[in-house]
Ligand binder design. Sequence first.
Ligand code: TRP
Length: 336
Amino acid sequence: MEATQPTPKKTLYSAIQPSGSITLGNYLGALRNFVLLAEDYDCLFCMADLHALTVRQEPAALRRNTQSLAALYIACGLDPEKSLIYCQSHVPEHAELAWILNCFTYMGELSRMTQFKDKSAKHADNINAGLFAYPALMAADILLYQTHLVPVGADQKQHLELTRDIATRMNSLYPGLFVVPEAYIPKTSARIMSLSDPTRKMSKSDAEDSYIAVLDAPDVIRKKFRRAVTDSETEIRYDPENKPGVSNLLSILSAIKGTTPEAEAEGLRGLQYGALKEATSEAVVAALAPIQERYQTLMGDKEYISNILKTNAERAHYLAQKTLRKVYKKLGLYQV
Ligand code: TRP
């Protein structure tokens, strides 16, 4: 009853850090599906620039990456008038609610987060309080909009669980404060693996040859696929356990064509791995071409991007303010 919704549609929230390339894995596993989700839900797609600050960023690069991510969201087909595409730091309520949530999150909980442990190992010279409190800011992103659904990959599942724990804890102290969000697990979602180590997820933080960036030029894409790790057999067969490299290529190919990896294996039966690599890279090049073209056009119109982000920050701010006021009031912060 309490958490009022602006419309009967459920709210879905997702964010990406503007800290580098968007990979083919991000596109096939997430972004591409967002376009469909935007039909059924009130969607917010955020550029989590405050989260990016938990590791050192070069200011000019951060600025460029944020703008680029906004253009890419739109180039992938998201409609910034329908969905809310906005920048986290443009909406001050994120940082404000994060502070409150910090006061309801235990040190023990935060120290158990595997991402914190991984990142502190990786950035041993900069284990800052922001890195530690990162999940509370993420919880603020989500809870601020009374979100019902959050599409999460395996790496963010623990953070969403913590968000649910914080929301439940606060709801039991202050009934009706937050909608408790759930993980949105897409019915069909491609899990794309690294090209150089197909037993690991494709990641922008690994070596450049191991991932395809959505903005890679066609020749770069072809070269990366030619170098992709396969195996010492010759049979094109979908068998992720025993043939992770070949299976990954089949997954990519089928994800793009909307078929199944088994069907693609069947279609390429008797051919050599080179043929599989070529089919896959051509399919990827063709799928990314229209996105890259729209992206270039958008990046040529910085004013359009700025205007979109300004308008959307205002829309987000309006929604966020509603929740934050409610929180302040319920917690007993003196209102005048
Ligand atoms: N932590 C997420 C990541 O690195 C990004 C993120 C920030 C996010 N806030 C969020 C994802 C809220 C979902 C919901 O991938």
